[in-house]
Write a protein that binds this ligand. Structure first.
Ligand code: NDP
Ligand code: OXD
Length: 308
């Protein structure tokens, strides 16, 4: 019986160390050293291997090493094998830091000041009070809620939009598609923390940007597929949006020559908003394996119908 890991190799070595310490009886293998595939009961992956069901015929659990699962083709996974997304605290902590950084950078016009510094221009821009900058988060799951909780400290008026209704103290919550325009119309900085599904693909597009207050700003930390990239460029040109912070792109790494590389109103990072922490990830994975063996419910189990 083995545990197979297929993701970032350097972090995989750390997983191996924590496995050896915490679960010495469960052999841990790093891709591509898969050993006997019939022995693989547990698989943790970022990009899934091909023919999972045929190659690993005795699989019991598949883990995503990230919080998102859109990289999986669910039809390739045996229906009886639970797919578990990563629920370890390191992901939320680093996401909270990143979104706080992005919202504050946009709120305090950082992109303007970077450009001014390059031009050796010393010019002030009036400060907008946090109380007058409305921040709205799309997706009130684990990460969206954690982000909103931290943003409360700055005094921004906060709102959130979600598929099903939510109640969060000091946050105006909007539920369902019909409530989206009302949510957008009062959002100056829009943060996307949705999962990528058939319903959310391309949601950040021209018609959405047109409902935001003119000159609104965008933070996309969900997935590149949420954003229609050409629509963002056009929205920046038309002044519908004034700036964007993007951590994700439709194609990663971003191809050479892509307009995002050099756009003065876009701050781009290479999908680093948050990262799974090996130590706590191993804790989570081992806890889940224990629960599975005892026939208990599995936190993080993906609902394949919903797509997340
Ligand atoms: P969760 O599953 O906890 O939350 C997702 C939330 O989105 C839920 O509240 C859900 O609503 C809501 N939602 C789903 N579909 C829709 C829809 N069609 N319309 C409105 N709301 C919807 O996920 P997490 O918060 O843990 O993660 C969110 C995403 O963040 C991940 O899927 C991943 O894509 C991205 N991510 C990006 C990282 C990065 O480094 N850039 C790192 C980690 C995650 P409901 O309550 O009804 O289920
Ligand atoms: C994740 C990610 O989904 O890193 O965890 O994007």
């Amino acid at each position: 019986m083995t545990f197979l890991y297929k993701a970032n190799a350097t972090r995989g070595m750390e997983w191996a160390r924590f496995f050896a310490a915490r679960a010495p009886d469960l052999p841990f293998r790093l891709w591509p050293d898969i050993g006997d595939p019939a022995q693989v009961r547990y698989l943790a992956v970022w990009t899934p291997p091909e023919n999972i069901a045929v190659t690993f015929r005795n699989l019991e659990l598949v883990f995503s090493v990230g919080a998102g699962v859109d990289q999986f083709d669910f039809s390739q996974l045996p229906p009886h094998v639970p797919l578990i997304r990563m629920l370890e605290p390191g992901i939320a902590e680093s996401m909270v830091e990143y979104v706080t950084m992005a919202v504050l950078a946009l709120h305090r016009d950082l992109l303007h000041f970077i450009a001014q510094q390059r031009e050796q221009t010393w010019r002030e821009i009036r400060i907008t009070q946090a109380a007058k900058r409305r921040v709205g988060v799309m997706g009130l799951g684990l990460l969206g809620q954690a982000v909103l909780e931290r943003l409360k400290a700055f005094g921004f008026p906060l709102a959130g939009w979600n598929r099903s209704p939510r109640t969060i103290q000091d946050v105006s919550c909007y539920g369902g598609r019909q409530a989206l325009p009302e949510f957008l119309a009062q959002t100056d900085i829009l943060v996307c923390l949705l999962p990528l599904t058939d319903e959310t693909r391309g949601i950040l597009n021209t018609s959405l940007f047109e409902v935001l207050p003119r000159g609104a700003q965008l933070v996309n930390v969900g997935r590149g597929g949420h954003l229609v990239e050409a629509d963002l460029i056009e929205a920046l040109e038309r002044g519908l949006l004034s700036a964007a912070v993007l951590d994700v792109a439709e194609q990663e790494p971003l191809p050479a020559g892509h307009p995002f590389w050099s756009h003065p109103r876009i701050l781009l990072t290479p999908h680093i908003a948050s990262m799974t922490t090996p130590e706590t990830a191993v804790e989570f994975v081992l806890d889940t394996i224990g629960r599975h063996r005892r026939g208990e419910t599995l936190p993080g189990r993906v609902d394949r119908e919903r797509g997340y």
